[in-house]
Design a protein around this ligand. Structure first.
Ligand SMILES: COCc1ccccc1-c1cc(O)c2[nH]cnc(=O)c2c1
Ligand SMILES: [Mg+2]
Length: 214
């Protein structure tokens, strides 16, 4: 049996990036996925929007749903202020194993806690396990049919506070219609669409930024 795509991505990072240099890890993954093998990282186009929203929010407690190989984990963690933390949740153990190595290669392991398991089971345990009061920023990039369920779960667990920013990937492709309808119609959210491209393609995709109003 040969290597998996995540393992090939890790090899590309180890070959082409500089240990401890997050930007080189990001560039190595983007180069590999654009020129060798497409992969479902948020990518460089949408990544610039993620960077700008992240910089604006400057969260002390951030949550990512859907780690995959850790590309957006590295993009987020590299911009966190000292002492700020990112918790990232991944269901697939093979993805998590590669992500841990890519996050460590970037030198960001002290800012990131990777938790393996289903988001629906883990979200209610984040407070007791990690002492999280609430999140300032949430990046949704996992199963599209979990976006709305997990958003409601975060609300019900009191893990969102007035001003918390939710940023959702893939709201056009593959698409998250129920989630969009909810955040755009609920009086509890102020929502805005950032048009972009599906990673490494010319197809449309975008990010939806939704501020929780409390
Ligand atoms: C497995 O489908 C891959 C794919 C194929 C065609 C179009 C989009 C996607 C896609 C793109 C993404 O950024 C994604 N992000 C997170 N979880 C996903 O399942 C996901 C899927
Ligand atoms: Mg995505």
């Amino acid at each position: 049996t040969g290597s998996s795509q995540p393992q090939r991505m890790l090899k590309a990072v180890q070959k082409n990036a500089t240990k401890g240099d997050p930007q080189s890890v990001i560039s190595a993954i983007d180069h590999y996925c654009r020129n060798k093998e497409w992969a479902m990282n948020v990518g460089d186009d949408k990544g610039l929007i993620l960077d700008s929203v992240l910089t604006e929010v400057n969260p002390s407690a951030a949550l990512e749903l859907g780690t995959y190989c850790g590309y957006s984990t590295v993009r987020i963690a590299r911009l966190l202020s000292p002492g700020s933390k990112l918790i990232t949740v991944e269901f697939n153990p093979a993805f998590a194993a590669v992500a841990r190595q890519i996050i460590a290669y970037a030198g960001l392991q002290d800012k990131v806690t990777l938790v393996e398991g289903p988001s629906g089971d883990l979200i209610p345990k984040l407070r007791e396990r990690f002492g999280v009061k609430s999140f300032d920023f949430v990046f949704l990039d996992h199963w599209k049919d979990r976006y709305l369920l997990d958003t409601k779960l975060l609300e019900d667990c009191g893990l969102l506070q007035k001003g918390t920013v939710l940023l959702a990937d893939n709201v056009i492709c593959p698409g998250t219609p129920e989630y969009l309808k909810y955040v755009r119609s609920s009086p509890r959210y102020e929502s805005r669409y950032y048009k972009s491209n599906l990673e490494y393609t010319k197809l449309e995709d975008g990010l939806e930024k939704s501020v929780f109003l409390g």
